[in-house]
Ligand binder design. Sequence first.
Ligand SMILES: [Zn+2]
Length: 140
Amino acid sequence: MTGKETSASKPVPRPSSESRVFWDGAKEQKLMLPRCKACGQCWFPPSQRCRHCLSDDFAWVQSKGEGRIYSFVVYHRVYHPAFEQDVPYVVAIVELDEGPRLLSNIVGTPPDQVRCDARVRVVFEDSESRVVIPKFAIAR
Ligand SMILES: [Zn+2]
């Protein structure tokens, strides 16, 4: 993302009661995941029950923020005027080492050099917005 200003502002996620810990963590540059106390697995997006065993006994843990690109697309078309200065940009499904997959952006690498299975690490870009969106950069 270039950070250039446009007349329209980007839509931002609205934290829900289930996702508030995730978004509060992002503001502190932490990638938070719900982790099941019964089976030990993490899941995403946040919900009140484990996706693996349906237990409602879980705690939030900080992810290492490392994983790989499971799949990605390059957006060339401007679907929202606020993204006009950003195209082309990469939208990817990142598979974290803890297991969950997140939809995010790959930043810091030209889109034509992004590849599936590339190792990535979470980055938290400064934002004027009240919501910080975790993004990923290819690990060097
Ligand atoms: Zn579980």
